[in-house]
Design a protein around this ligand. Structure first.
Ligand code: BZD
Length: 801
């Protein structure tokens, strides 16, 4: 949009007067933010209406991304950038003595997600709008987002995230789009006048689902899509529907808080209620919208695609069946045909403990009609498959097994597409984990390697590097990330390498200042900034990183004058509140940090900064300053990873195992621009097959490992008598589930390779440049375009800008 500084200032002052009855100079940054947010929303409202109208008039096929998590972070700067008014607003504010950065401080992170899965959903929302693709999100408006993390005595402490407290300028409550969702009670099928069996509900609880819409603004293209998040309310009109205080509380709990677990299946009732609540509300509103257009329900797959992001929304399958059977009165066959055409599903994990399986009794109690439909899907599936390929495979793939509903099976059977999120992950799905399904439906399986919203992860968060890119290769990369490749021509250009290095230095200094100010840790920007930022999980092996740090420390203690490349190890990681082992690792990292950071013998050659409350905003500060990207999960465990992509885009060199998307990063940058170490997936599987991994033997025979592990139990590292023992036992006594000791020496070598390369400034500069230049292929723009073409069968709409 076009906007002048003068006009902006006028609009901004007017907003402040109207909204808060306050003058610019008397307002706080909270008020500046509230006014600016609502003004920006007004700026894009015309485009919103226009996009909405266009979809209706052109009868555009639209896709709906169902996800129990969205993790957008802050939206102000992103919306300003995408509207093309970032500089005008920044200048306008400045002329009123306001720094945009101060206004941004007042915006809370919208953290309705745990980690990669939720962030991916938000990257897709940004990219879809920017590619003019008709894609909308559907999820839950949690009153409380992911907990805030603090460290007390080195332990993680969780605090509630009351992100809505100060008001949310981005959302619009759509009262007239509320729908009812039924849960509980019992069902009887009774014939209607024409003999159709119609379900009758007895004692069901009727919940009111209210949508709150947040708009997804495309990058300089006038497209605005919608993220619809549902909040529960108690209906006021139903007679006899008086609820006790306890019952009210029970209802309100449904959208009260985000489950903070990112990797374990936790079969609690409330979670199942959350899942059904947003699935039912979302599908009802989609079908209502579709039917208003006057089209026949049979044509639904021509106009609607529904995506199931991981299994949490898998009840989309039976819920759409319910709507088609009970409300549209279609036959089972017709309804099933439509459902499979509409639905598609993404798997995000191979870890057995993360796979959802609900006890049938619980499903029957909470969603009795849905349970009936699942039973019928299962019955027909078993009959078909047994007849065609035999009972064994039918029994292994059926939905209901051992009194549990297997949600992944439901999602696969009820969808026309199942995809993994990186090549290796999709291959393992096909060949190992979901092999039986692959035999049944080979045409349904495909890969969609993850991607990231490169506007946020480069243009927004790394203005310094963005400026260097503009000067060097022009500005096309801002719209077309593939154009980053133009940078490759400058790989030997010393001037360009120097500018990139200067941008990195600038960002490192900023991060160092932040770390000093917030956590009183002194770090030098001459040191390598080695970064591992992701949820804390044993398979991600933050512990491997820590063991190496302890080794470096012990080496330096033994020989304080030894020449060692200075390093700062930066961590950001939340542990699920109930994940004790992960919390133990946090405590150990913090205690090693306290020990190392204050030891004069170390002379600042080694520093550890474990920054609390890792979230999107903190990621935006850390990533531009990173030199090294730690992607060290045990091969075969990380489905894809996405911080690996964000870090390479910002010129960090990856130190990685051959896991998830690391493999594709290696292919993109070339072996000489990445450092690979550790077991391969095949080797890991071989250990499993032969059952011959022996961690104790490694501990006993390898003096370095022996010395490092002993430091956890002999008092070398203070204040961890319990935790140190737990770590030691997990590795030695319980045979090191994630082969940390097996990969240790190779990892140390990898770290040595990194240090040596860093000292060769030109070599290092070229590695950084090659990473930036080849990051375009991990743009989520490309990823969503592949989803659009191969899975959703939707097309971009025409745009003017
Ligand atoms: O999804 C992650 C994977 O671990 C990553 O490898 C992958 O890159 C991303 C995106 O595809 N999975 C999650 O983040 N999972 C969760 O956050 C989650 C949340 C609730 C319940 C189960 C898992």
């Amino acid at each position: 949009m076009s906007l002048t500084v003068t006009q902006f200032k006028k609009d901004f002052k007017k907003r402040l007067h109207e909204k808060y009855a306050i003058e610019v100079e008397d307002a706080s940054n909270v008020e500046w933010y509230g006014a600016l947010g609502s003004l920006v929303k007004a700026y894009y409202s015309k485009s919103l209406r226009k996009t909405h109208k266009q979809y209706i008039e052109e009868e555009t096929k639209q896709a709906y991304y169902f996800s129990i998590e969205f993790l957008p972070g802050k939206m102000l700067k992103s919306n300003l950038l995408n509207l093309g008014i970032l500089d005008v607003v920044r200048d306008g504010l400045k002329s009123m003595s306001i720094e945009l950065e101060d206004v941004m401080e007042a915006e809370p992170d919208m953290a309705l997600g745990n980690g990669g899965l939720g962030r991916l959903a938000s990257c897709f929302m940004d990219s879809a709008a920017s590619c003019a693709l008709p894609v909308h999100g559907n999820g839950i408006r949690y009153d409380y987002g992911l907990f805030k993390q603090r460290f007390v005595d080195g332990y993680q402490v969780e605090l509630p995230d009351s992100w809505l407290q100060g008001g949310n300028p981005w959302e619009v409550r759509r009262e007239n789009k509320a729908v009812e969702v039924r849960m509980g009670g019992t069902i009887a099928l009774v014939p209607d006048n024409s003999g159709n069996l119609i379900p009758r509900y007895y004692n069901a609880k009727v919940l009111r689902a209210i949508p709150y819409d947040t708009h997804m603004v495309g990058y300089e293209n006038g497209v605005v899509n919608n993220l619809r998040l549902w909040s529960v309310e108690i209906p006021v009109t139903e007679e006899g529907n008086y609820l006790t205080l306890e019952e009210r509380q029970e209802v309100e709990n449904i959208t009260a808080v985000l489950y903070p677990d990112d990797s374990n299946y936790d079969g609690r009732q409330l979670r199942l209620k959350q899942e059904y609540f947003f699935v039912s509300a979302g599908l009802q509103s989609i079908v209502n919208y579709y039917l208003r257009s006057g089209q026949a329900i049979e044509e639904l797959p021509e106009k609607v695609a529904v995506h199931i992001n991981d299994t949490h929304p898998a009840m989309c399958v039976p819920e759409l069946m319910r709507i088609l059977l009970d409300e549209a009165h279609l036959s089972w066959e017709k309804a099933w045909n439509i459902t499979v055409k509409v639905m598609s599903y993404t798997n995000h994990t191979l870890m057995a403990e993360a796979l959802e399986k609900w006890p049938t009794q619980m499903v029957e109690e909470i969603v009795p009609r849905i349970y009936q439909i699942i039973q019928e899907i299962d019955r027909r599936f078993v009959a078909d498959v047994s007849e065609q390929v035999g009972c064994d495979i039918a029994n292994r793939t059926r939905i209901i097994q051992n009194d549990h509903v297997h949600m992944a099976h439901l999602a696969i059977i009820g969808s026309h597409s199942t995809n993994g999120v990186a090549k290796i992950h999709s291959d393992l799905l096909k060949n190992v984990v979901l092999h039986d399904f692959y035999l049944l439906y080979p045409e349904r399986f495909n890969n969609k390697t993850n991607g990231i919203a490169e506007r946020r992860w480069l243009q927004l968060s790394n203005e310094e590097l963005s400026g260097v890119l503009d000067e060097t290769i022009g500005k096309t990369w801002r719209k077309d990330p593939g154009a980053l490749k133009l940078l490759e021509a400058y790989r030997k250009d010393k001037k360009v390498l120097k500018k990139i290095a200067q941008a990195k230095q600038h960002n490192k200094k900023n991060l160092a200042a932040f770390i000093k100010q917030e956590y009183d840790i002194e770090v030098s920007s001459d040191a390598i900034f080695d970064v591992q930022i992701k949820r804390l999980h044993a398979y991600k092996r933050q512990l491997l990183n820590l063991l190496h740090i302890v080794k470096l420390y012990l080496d330096l203690k033994e020989n304080p004058d030894r020449h060692e490349q200075a390093r700062v190890f930066i961590f950001g990681a939340k542990a699920a509140p109930s994940y004790d082992y992960a919390k133990t690792i946090i405590k150990c990292i913090n205690e090693v940090a306290a020990m190392v950071n204050h030891d004069p013998d170390i002379k600042g050659k080694l520093k550890i900064a474990f920054l609390p409350n890792y979230n999107v905003s903190l990621a935006e500060k850390i990533i531009p300053a990173a030199d090294v990207s730690e992607q060290i999960s045990l091969a075969s465990k990380e489905a894809s990873g996405t911080s690996n992509m964000k870090l390479m885009l910002n010129g960090a060199v990856t130190l990685a195992t051959l896991d998830g998307a690391n493999i594709e990063i290696k292919d993109a940058v070339g072996e000489e621009n990445i450092v690979i170490f550790g077991l391969t997936t095949e080797e890991v599987y071989q250990y499993y097959r032969n059952n011959n991994y022996n961690a104790r033997e490694i501990y006993e025979n390898d003096p370095t490992i022996h010395r490092v592990l002993n430091a956890f139990i002999d008092g070398t590292i203070p204040n961890i008598s319990r935790e140190g023992q737990e770590i030691f036992d997990s590795l030695v006594k319980y045979n090191d589930e994630y082969f940390t000791l097996r990969d240790f020496n190779d990892y140390v070598k990898g770290q040595e390779t990194i240090a040596a390369a860093y000292q060769d400034t030109e070599r290092w500069g070229e590695m950084c440049l090659m990473n930036i230049a080849n990051a375009g292929r991990f743009s989520a723009d490309q990823t969503v375009e592949r989803y659009a073409e191969d899975i959703w069968h939707i097309e971009a709409v025409a745009t003017e800008e």
